[in-house]
Design a protein around this ligand. Structure first.
Ligand code: SF4
Ligand code: SF4
Length: 432
C-alpha cells in the first residue's frame, strides 16, 4: 500500500512538480581560509547575517508551499550555533522532513586538551542530536590531513573529527563527509599532475583521469577509516571563469585553479567518479547518482543535454544572506525574485529549466526526478529516450535501487550493510 507521502509525491509529479527544496544562506560570515571559496575569512566584503524572524517566516511559507527539504548554509552556520538550533527546531515544528546543515568543522577540532575538547564537542553533539536535523555534513577537502587543514586554515581538524564521529553515532546522528571536488582531493599528488591549459602534453588527460580515480579512491577510504558512513561530492564550481551567463550571489565559488577545471578535465572528472563511486557503494552511503555523472559527462563531452534540466527557480530556490531575497539558485544572481514569503508560486514557469552549472544540490535531484516527470507528462518522449540512452536509464534504475537501500540517506539511522551488499565492490556491468 502507498504511504501518504508517496501519494503526495505522485500528485505533485502529475502537476509537473517535484519535492521542493529551499536553501537558506543564514550568513556569509566565515572563519576558514578555503581557496576554493569567495567567502573565506580573508575575502574583503561586507558580511551579513539574516534575521532569525525573517528566516522563520520563510520556513513557514516553505512548509505552506509543500517544500520538503530545507538546508541552512553559510558561510559557517555554526558561528551562530544558538540561532541555527532554533531554526532547525522551527523547521521541524513547521513539518519540514528533510532538514540539513553542515560545518567546516571548526567547533569539532582537537584543541588544547582532551577535557576542553570533550566538553566543547559534547555540547555540540548533544544539542544537534536533540533536534530533528536529518543530515549534517562536515566538509573534508582532501584525503591528506595536512592538506585539508592547510586549506581550511585550522589545526587539529582531522583528529577532532575522527574522535567526534563515533560520539555523533552514539547520539543517533550519522554525519556525512562533504567533499568539494578540488585538485588537492587526493593529497599533493593529485595537484602535482596539473598542467596549465596550452602547456598540456598528449597524455595529460589520461594522467588526469588516472590520478583522479586514485584520488577519489583514496578519499573514500580515508573518510571510511575516519568512521563516516555517508559521503557527498560537490561538483566543482568555478563560476566566473568562462561561464559568463552566470552572476553568482552564493559566493562559494572561486577562480582559483584548485577548483577551476576545463571542459575536457570535467569529462575526465565525471568519468573517474563513474569508475570509483560503484566500488564503494556497499561500504558507504554515497549520495552521488551515477545517472547524474553520466549526464554531466555527456553534456561536457558532446555538448548535449539529456533534457532533464535543473529545477532551480521551479521547485528549488535559494535565499541570499546579503539581501534576504530569493533567487532561482545561488548562481542566477540577476534574477531577484523578492522575499520568499511573498513569492507567488502560481506564476512560476514550470517548464523553464536550466543547465548552466553543475551545482549538485539542484542538479542531482533534477536528474533523478526528470524521467518520472517525463513518463507521466510525455510518455512517448520518455520511450524514445529509453531507446536512445539505455545506459543513462540503466544507471538511473541502479541509483533508485541504491537510494532505497540507503533509505534516502537518513542521517538518523546506521546504514543497513545487508542491503548495501547488493551493491558489492563492482562496477555495474553496464559500465564495462
Ligand atoms: S567553503 Fe565553507 S568553510 Fe570554506 S571559506 Fe567557504 S563558506 Fe567558509
Ligand atoms: S543549473 Fe541549476 S543551479 Fe545551475 S545555474 Fe541553472 S538553475 Fe542554477
Amino acid at each position: 500500500m502507498l504511504a501518504q507521502s508517496d501519494l503526495t509525491r505522485y500528485f505533485k509529479i502529475i502537476q509537473n512538480k517535484i519535492p521542493g527544496q529551499l536553501i537558506i544562506q543564514m550568513t556569509d560570515h566565515c572563519n576558514a581560509l578555503c581557496p576554493q571559496c569567495g567567502m573565506r575569512k580573508t575575502a574583503d566584503f561586507q558580511r551579513s547575517i539574516l534575521e532569525v524572524d525573517k528566516i522563520k517566516r520563510y520556513i513557514d511559507k516553505a512548509a505552506e508551499n509543500g517544500v520538503e527539504a530545507i538546508s541552512f548554509t553559510g558561510g559557517e552556520p555554526m558561528l551562530f550555533f544558538k540561532q541555527l538550533v532554533e531554526l532547525i527546531d522551527h523547521a521541524a515544528k513547521a513539518g519540514i522532513e528533510y532538514i540539513r546543515t553542515g560545518t567546516n568543522g571548526y567547533m569539532l577540532r582537537y584543541g588544547k586538551s582532551e577535557d576542553e575538547f570533550q566538553s566543547r564537542v559534547r555540547r555540540v553533539v548533544d544539542a544537534l542530536a536533540k533536534t530533528k536535523l536529518r543530515n549534517f555534513w562536515i566538509s573534508i577537502d582532501s584525503a591528506d590531513p595536512k592538506t585539508h587543514e592547510e586549506m581550511r586554515g585550522f589545526d587539529g581538524l582531522i583528529k577532532g573529527i575522527e574522535k567526534v564521529v563515533p560520539m555523533f553515532h552514539e547520539a543517533g546522528l550519522y554525519p556525512s563527509a562533504n567533499l568539494g571536488i578540488n585538485r588537492n582531493l587526493g593529497g599533493p599528488r593529485t595537484m602535482a599532475i596539473f598542467q596549465e591549459p596550452g602547456q598540456q602534453d598528449d597524455q595529460y588527460l589520461e594522467r588526469f583521469h588516472d590520478e583522479f580515480c586514485a584520488g577519489f579512491d583514496r578519499f573514500y577510504r580515508f573518510v571510511k577509516d575516519m568512521g563516516f558512513t555517508t559521503v557527498n561530492m560537490c561538483y566543482p564550481m568555478s563560476v566566473g571563469t568562462g561561464n559568463d551567463e552566470l552572476a553568482s550571489v552564493y559566493t562559494a565559488t572561486s577562480i582559483d585553479k584548485v577548483v577551476n577545471f576545463s571542459r575536457q578535465e570535467r569529462v575526465q572528472l565525471f568519468n573517474a567518479l563513474l569508475q570509483v563511486v560503484p566500488q564503494y557503494r556497499s561500504e558507504l552511503r554515497i549520495f552521488t547518482p551515477l545517472a547524474s555523472l553520466y549526464a554531466l559527462k555527456k553534456q561536457y563531452q558532446e555538448g548535449k543535454d539529456l533534457g532533464y534540466g535543473c529545477r532551480g527557480g521551479v521547485d528549488f530556490f535559494f535565499v541570499d544572506s546579503k539581501d534576504g531575497k530569493t533567487y532561482p539558485c545561488g548562481f542566477r544572481g540577476d534574477e531577484n525574485l523578492g522575499d520568499y514569503d511573498q513569492l507567488d508560486m502560481s506564476t512560476v514557469d514550470r517548464n523553464d529549466t536550466c543547465n548552466k552549472c553543475d551545482w549538485e544540490c539542484f542538479r542531482d535531484p533534477s536528474f533523478l526526478f526528470g524521467p518520472f516527470l517525463e513518463g507521466i507528462r510525455t510518455p512517448i518522449s520518455l520511450f524514445r529516450k529509453l531507446k536512445k540512452e539505455p545506459l543513462f536509464f540503466d544507471l538511473w534504475r541502479c541509483d533508485l535501487a541504491y537510494y532505497q537501500a540507503c533509505e534516502l540517506f537518513s542521517g538518523r539511522k546506521a546504514p543497513d550493510y545487508g542491503k548495501l551488499q547488493n551493491f558489492l565492490r563492482e562496477r555495474p556491468s553496464i559500465l564495462n
